[in-house]
Write a protein of this length. Structure first.
Length: 84
C-alpha cells in the first residue's frame, strides 16, 4: 500500500514542480520519475539542513515538490549549457 502512496505523491509533486518551473511537465511517466527522485532529493536536502516538513501526505508532497523543483533546476542548468 505504501508503494501506491509513493506513486501518487510522485505524480502530484512532479506535476506541481513542472508547473512551478514553467516547464509544464514532461508527461505522466517522466513527471512520476521526477517526483519520486525529487522526493528522495528533497528528503536528503531537508535532512542535511535539519528541516522537517512534517509527516503524512502533505509533508511528503512538500518535500517531494521542493526536491523535484531543485532537480528540474539542475537539469535546466545542464541542458542550458549544451545550447550555448
Amino acid at each position: 500500500m505504501e508503494f501506491i502512496w509513493y506513486i501518487l505523491i510522485g505524480i502530484i509533486s512532479g506535476f506541481l514542480a513542472g508547473k512551478i518551473m514553467r516547464g509544464g511537465g514532461f508527461g505522466l511517466i517522466v513527471n512520476l520519475i521526477v517526483g519520486i527522485i525529487g522526493g528522495v532529493l528533497g528528503g536528503w536536502l531537508f535532512g542535511l539542513l535539519g528541516i522537517s516538513a512534517g509527516g503524512g501526505i502533505i509533508g511528503g508532497i512538500i518535500t517531494s515538490v521542493i526536491g523535484a523543483v531543485v532537480l528540474l533546476w539542475i537539469v535546466g542548468l545542464i541542458a542550458g549549457r549544451g545550447k550555448q
